[in-house]
Design a protein around this ligand. Sequence first.
Ligand code: FCB
Length: 453
Amino acid sequence: MSDTVALARRFPRGFLFGTATAAYQIEGGHDADGKGPSIWDTFCRQPGAISTGETGDIACDHYHRWREDVALQSDLGCNAYRLSISWPRVIPDGSGAVNEAGLTFYDRLVDELLGKGIRPFVTLYHWDLPQALQERGGWSSPETVAAFGRYADVVSRRLGDRVGDWMTLNEPEVVAYAGHWVGVHAPGVRDFRTAVGVSHHLLLAHRDAARAVRAAHRDARVGIALNLSPCDPASDTGDDAEAARRMDGYLNRWFLDPLFGRGYPKDMLELYRPYFDRGDELVGYDGALDFLGVNYYARRIVRAGAGPLRADRVDPEGAEHTAIGWEVHPASFRKLLLRVHEDYAPRHVYVTENGAAYDDAIVDDRVDDPARVSFLARHFDAAATAIAEGVPLRGYFIWTLMDNFEWAHGTSKRFGIVHTDYATQRRRVKASGEWYRGLIATHRGARATAAAK
Ligand code: FCB
């Protein structure tokens, strides 16, 4: 039996095989049909913010090529798709008038997906905050939390009759800390106190948006996509173990504990005391999730160090890396899935992102990307093992459908299973896309045979 056949059989009937994208990374159409500017439109125009000097003004031009991009997914055999909605396309200044043309775009996209048997999973916030809200304080301000609740209401009323699966936020840790501590993402703030405050507002925004979506549609399933990683100590000294525990608190528990009704972790409240004293605002927090979305790329190895976390990341010697410098470590993926299951028992789990950047080349009109095929095969294998061990994993979204605008790296990092030629906007399915098509077709075939017996 080939490896793919054996792998395909390990996923249960009805398993969702999809890809994930985000509005700013693919849509382009940055000022089309009444869309307002987002913080990413602004950030990309700051000299030095994007390593290639690019903007997402055009990106994959998905705003004009969405039909083709849905056909591509259907061609791959995908039965689910994770997309995000651009808030400033729907409400250009974030809190005021609704832009009908923006809603119409998503309306048609959802209909097209459903027409092809592809179940849409919609993320409300994948980082493109309306610039007008940023000018009034952005995620540091409670006004943004309120505006997000209203935006969730507007979108879910419009799409909720056809979209059943919602994610409020993508990666609140990255929004808070890459955006407001390290400053490598929009809005480019560099202040730890601000960042912790933002993480708190994001959790409140999640709660309010979840309520709004459920109020609009009683049967809606609401989740969140968190970037999670096992944090392993660099050595067996007590100091490194404690540093790894702090890193785990910062990255994983700070979000998971409240979302699963436990409030903020006490050790982290203690550590953050010089920066944050609003933990009691979460008393009675109901972040109730119908599912947990896990974005996994790599583990973290940690040693005692400096900064507010008194911890530093270490790059393991001799490790295998992708072209963006992230370690390839599928065993940590299985460990992570088991850990969330054992420690938090989410009803359902989806892998809402997993994938890899490689320096792909077109040779004879083909993109052969064996390293990505190997990456994906090993991570799907880890996920299948986690399922066999009891994790209620219901679907897997590869990051990403097609090469796109990779934030601060511009288009220099390619994560797609489909190649994007930015000069012509031609899409070419890579060998990894063919591999995925084969996995999905084999899964369906194997399941159909099993059912007929
Ligand atoms: C995640 C983001 C996604 C993409 C991948 C590579 O952190 O959610 O938009 O950039 O990384």
